[in-house]
Structures are given as C-alpha cells and as structure tokens.
Design a protein around this ligand. Sequence first.
Ligand code: NIG
Ligand code: FE
Length: 401
Amino acid sequence: MNLLIDNIGELVTNVAGTGEGGPLGIRRKAALLVEDGQVAWLGPARYAPAADRRIDAGGAAVLPGFVDSHAHLVFAGDRAAEFNARMAGERYTGGGIRTTVAATRAADDNTLRGTVGRLRAEALRQGTTTIEIKSGYGLSVVDEARSLRIAAEFTTETTFLGAHVVPAEYADRPDDYVGLVCGPMLRAALPYAKWIDVFCERGAFDADHARAILTVGQAAGLGVRVHANQLGPGPGVRLGVELGAASVDHCTHLDDADIEALASTVTTWVSEPESSTTVATLLPGAEFSTRSPYPDARRLLDAGVTVALATDCNPGSSYTSSMPFCVALAVREMRMTPAEAVWAATAGGARALRRDDIGVLRPGARADLSILDAPSYLHLAYRPGVPLISQVLHNGVPACQ
Ligand code: NIG
Ligand code: FE
C-alpha cells in the first residue's frame, strides 16, 4: 500500500539547494509519495505517480514533522502554584524539581505511563513526530531506571538525567550522589538510555561533577547532551563542546568564548550520525514560563552556530508540548526569521539528535510530516496560538487527530 499526498501548495523539504528558500528547500505545486513508512518520491504534482491512496492537501503547506529534542515527560503532579507565584514576581531557581521528584517517586508505573502517553499524544497532534524524553525526576537507582523504562515505551530517544539535581537525602554529601549516578544508577539506566545529560548549573552540578558523570556515561556508550547556561553564565557550554556533545541546551547566558566554541564545531560535509557538531538547543518555553530574558538566537546564528528549538516540556519551567508555540516565540522574541525557526524546529532538532532520517523530506527519509491548515510555513509564526496542524503522518501512517 502506498499513499500519495497531492496538491501541496508549498512543500518544505529542508534539502538545501533544491527549490526556493535556501535551507528550507521549498518546492511549490508538489506531490509526495509514501511507501513502507518512507518518502519514496517527491516532485512536481503534474508528474505524480498513481498510488493506492491519495490525500488532497488542497494547496496547503506540508513540512517535516517537528523534532522535539528536549523534553522531560516522566513525572507526576504539576506545579501550577509555583507558576502562579512566579507570575506574581517569584524567581525560578530550579528548587521545585525536588517537589516533582517526591510526586514521581510516589506514583505507580501506570500513572507515569499515562502522563507520558497523554503528553506524547498532545505533541503529536501539534506536529511533533520525534520526541526525546529524559528521566530526572526519580533520582534513585530504581526510580531512574523505571523512568527510562517507561520513556523507552514511547521513544528511542531516551536520556538518562540522574544528575538533574542532588536529591534531598544526599543534600549534605553531593560527592556520594555523583558516585551513585556514575555507578549503580548508570548501570541500571543503560538498558533503556541512548543519551546522558547533566544539569550543569550553580545549585545543581558543577563542571567537575558534570565532567565525571558525562565521561563515564560516554565510556559506557551513551551520547552526551548538557543542560547549560540556563540560569547564569557558567562552564556547561564549553564542557559540552569539549566532550563532543550532540547538543548543549538552554544557552541563555553565553559569552563570546561560548559562541566561538560552538561555532568551531560546525561540520557540514559529513552525514549527521557521524557529525561532530554541537548544536545549541534553545528552549523559549522556559523563558516564557519563568519570565526570564530569552536567549540571543541572532548572535548564535550570525556566528554560524547550528541552532535547534525544543519545548523543554516539564511541569516546572516549561509546561508546553507545542513546537508551533516555540516557533512563534522564537520569531517574536529571539530575532529568528520564520524560516530559521521552522528549520531549527525540524532539521535543527534532527541534528541535535544526530539523525539524518528525520527533519527532512527526501526519498529514503522517514515519512514524518504535517499538513498545515495554511498556505505557508510562515503562518506558524504569523498566526500564533492557532491550531494549524491539520494532519500528521508518522512513519507514513496518518496519526489520529
Ligand atoms: O530544563 N533546568 C533543569 N531542568 C528543567 C526544569 C525542571 C523543573 O523545573 O522541574 C529545565 O528547565
Ligand atoms: Fe530541560
């Protein structure tokens, strides 16, 4: 069974150098054939092959599915009261993470699974076809392994974040906690994790602890990602670059050396899985929800850094699963053009996960895409808050809307 999406007014391929729009590789009046979960063909609608099934896009825009490369979906409870206090002037410090840890530990597997499933479905309805899911609200051997086991039921992009904060029971012996993370906790996480991440920030883990944890995770075969420079300047970004991290995330407080370090990693001539580029993943939902200054995306882009956008979906600092919302924020608040933001939310996310089969529409890529209820990708930023994702294909299969 194959499926033709016909009568596409604007097809964003992210294949640079084809069609218009530079990196977006836009084709007009196009069609796209899906077979065995992959893009089998795309080209001018007038040359479209016959197919078993056909979707008429009605002249609308089609783009690759969003790649949300940073999300914390395994948790229980919410922190609406903390959000309310922030909107009345309280500052975000990350201190509420321990509240969610207590709730998560107390929840049974099915409650956690229900939350991940609900948020995954919510994201899919908004065009997200790949999502990374972190642990980090268990912070014990059993609860981190459990979080990752549940995350792995929903995605292959699973990240061990045992080093989110030092849990209350280790508050006066952080070195012992780092030992636990590097030893028994890592061993328990390994069967379910693809990546390792550390919250490298004042009040969480310093550069020495972060380096120790990331290095041992890397030696065990995990790819590296870092929560870096979110709440203030710090060593996280440069540590990530030093270790060849696929991505450093947040990047809100950067100095020139951080930006130079990131720019120096950019390699464009190798395929993504072999790339040594460290992507700067920006998470504007966190600045929105903590009422903080946004990262300076323009400075990063002008320096040639590869930028991704992701939601950071979590109950504390960014309780949104919406990539269109992040695109709109990035355009309005971070001086990104709509084209840059849409690229960062699709191809950029794929690069942050070192994947070359997603975030792009070309023969052989995964048939993950959204059909918009709009004639152009521009409308994602131009019509903020409007549900413009009308149909989603995930692995070539229409997802329930
Ligand atoms: O990426 N910064 C660390 N972790 C999350 C927030 C977690 C929380 O507040 O519960 C983040 O923003
Ligand atoms: Fe995060």
